[in-house]
Design a protein around this ligand. Structure first.
Ligand SMILES: Nc1ncnc2c1ncn2[C@@H]1O[C@H](COP(=O)(O)OP(=O)(O)OP(=O)(O)O)[C@@H](O)[C@H]1O
Ligand SMILES: [Mg+2]
Length: 482
């Protein structure tokens, strides 16, 4: 594109700017945010546009040009106000009252074709009153990692925010955990809401039950719409949030995902997963696997995620107590473990091929699978991917044929547990008819993608970007999750 074309590009012809933006959060008043300006970047190279999301906004990907993304989501022309949202949070157990959007803002809110309200939020768009010592920026690798995590988790059935675009912005950033200077990016994240547990914690800290009430009403009206006319809506809201969060953690656990920074400012009030910083997928089943190098005490390790989310829900009771009866809050939280157990069981059985988990040996199979994964330390993702890839009706003939053709089973060696697992799986299959076996094959493929996002896989797509600005491996990998 020439410079003249750039200047001629008018906002009115940009479908991304012509969306019907709503001001739901802005209309709550300026106790909840600060109006901020976006950084002016030296360069704008569109590296990622998530065309799969556009139809859900009522947009045809064919009519949205790359320049439209750049003007709206890189140059930030044609829209305002931009709102840096205020929040606090418990970070690694310590209350922090100095938080808020330090490198992002709420760009706008859009009603999707499903009639739900969605946020467009930025990450890496410059300094705000909450940046503290930070530069307000996002590294290019950080952007690449967040795009990948969101798409992979979405593919794995996790309720997650998605990235709508990522634009390289031409700055050199200094970071302790990347060779520096390192390249920069700005991302647009589409999510159910950027209201966090910490948004409520701040209002409690300020002793403003009136603002808590107003925000809670807004949350229920927009994100718990089925409850808004119920006399008991506040108690029911918390009970529903507990359910959503318990199910979300179960989704992470089944996906083999370790979020790494489960501070209360990274917990969405809608129960959706977001903020993919130092996350990692587990290489093998290990409850102590810890993703963030700075998590010295393994506070947010893989196996701690359910109890940490339970704790975060308990901490949220403090601000909610201003509105909701403590007995209702306690009763809501008491169901967490059961919701978690049910969802985890159901998701793992789906990974094992069974949409319907009512068959008699289901719990034995689940238990034996976990024992095998733990004892063998086999690649967690590859195991399920190989199940899907090698599945055959012949597995009904004899146990020795189960997982025949898998690349990784021979490398872990024969074991009594694996032999027992094959025998059990073979027996179970013999209780299903041909039609049901076809459903099992489909279920295995649906829940177990062939690609995974282990750290070496991410490094393998990052290196060509560093060495030769070659983005093809990145696009190929994201494509496998879409
Ligand atoms: N480079 C930075 N400059 C300024 N503030 C930052 C920077 N990195 C993080 N912060 C702020 O530090 C806090 C904790 O960061 P955290 O990594 O959890 O969130 P984030 O990744 O920046 O954003 P989000 O939670 O919206 O995904 C947030 O308030 C964030 O805005
Ligand atoms: Mg965060």
């Amino acid at each position: 594109m020439t410079l003249a074309q750039t200047q001629n590009h008018t906002n009115s012809s940009n479908p991304l700017l012509n969306l019907n933006y709503e001001n739901a959060l802005e209309s709550l008043g300026n106790d909840y945010y600060d109006e901020v300006a976006a950084e002016e970047f030296p360069q704008h190279i569109l590296r990622w546009r998530n065309d799969s999301l556009l139809p859900s906004l009522g947009l045809d990907p064919q009519v949205v040009k790359d320049e439209d993304f750049i003007h709206a989501f890189g140059k930030f022309q044609g829209r305002k106000p931009f709102l840096a949202l205020r929040y606090h949070g418990y970070q690694f157990g310590e209350y922090n009252s100095q938080l808020g959007d330090g490198r992002g803002f709420l760009y706008g809110q859009i009603r999707g074709t499903d009639n739900e309200l969605y946020d467009f939020g930025t990450k890496g768009s410059g300094r705000t009153p909450y940046s503290r010592g930070g530069d307000g920026m996002l590294t290019l690798k950080g952007g690449v990692r967040e795009v990948l995590a969101a798409e992979a988790l979405h593919r794995l059935g996790v309720k997650t925010s998605r990235c709508l675009s990522m634009i390289e912005t031409g700055l050199g950033l200094w970071r302790g955990d990347e060779p520096s200077p390192t390249r920069s990016s700005v991302m647009i994240r589409m999510s159910k809401s950027h209201i966090r547990f910490g948004t409520f914690e701040r209002l409690n800290y300020l002793k403003r039950p009136d603002l808590t009430q107003k925000l809670l009403d807004h949350v229920i009206n927009e994100y718990y719409q089925n409850l808004k006319y119920d006399d008991d809506k506040y108690a029911l809201f918390y009970a529903e949030l507990v359910k959503r969060v318990a199910e979300l953690v179960a989704q992470w656990m089944a996906a083999g995902f370790c979020h790494a920074v489960l501070n209360t400012d990274n917990m969405s009030i809608t129960g959706e997963s977001f903020d993919y910083g130092p996350y990692a997928f587990i290489p093998h089943y290990d409850l102590y696997f810890t993703a963030a190098y700075f998590d010295y005490y393994r506070r947010y390790c893989y196996g701690q995620q359910p109890s940490i989310c339970h704790l975060n829900l308990e901490l949220l009771q403090e601000p909610l107590k201003a509105i909701i009866n403590i007995h209702d809050l306690q009763s809501g939280l008491s169901k967490f473990a059961e919701y978690y157990r049910q969802e985890y069981r159901s998701l793992m059985l789906k990974k094992l091929g069974f949409e319907d988990s009512l068959f008699p040996q289901a719990d034995d199979l689940l238990e034996l699978t976990i024992t095998f994964l733990k004892d063998s330390q086999i690649n967690y993702h590859q195991f399920f991917a190989d199940m899907a890839r090698t599945f055959s009706i012949k597995w009904r003939d004899e146990p020795a044929l189960v997982m025949n053709g898998s690349d990784i089973i021979p490398t872990v060696g024969a074991s009594a547990v694996f032999d027992n697992w094959c025998i059990l799986y073979h027996q179970i299959l013999n209780n299903f008819d041909l039609e049901e076996i076809e459903v099992i094959a489909k279920t295995l493929h649906k829940h177990n993608p062939q690609a995974n996002l282990l750290r070496p896989v991410i490094e393998d797509i990052w290196q060509p970007i560093v060495d030769a600005d070659n983005w093809q491996p990145f696009y190929d990998l994201v494509g496998q999750f879409q």
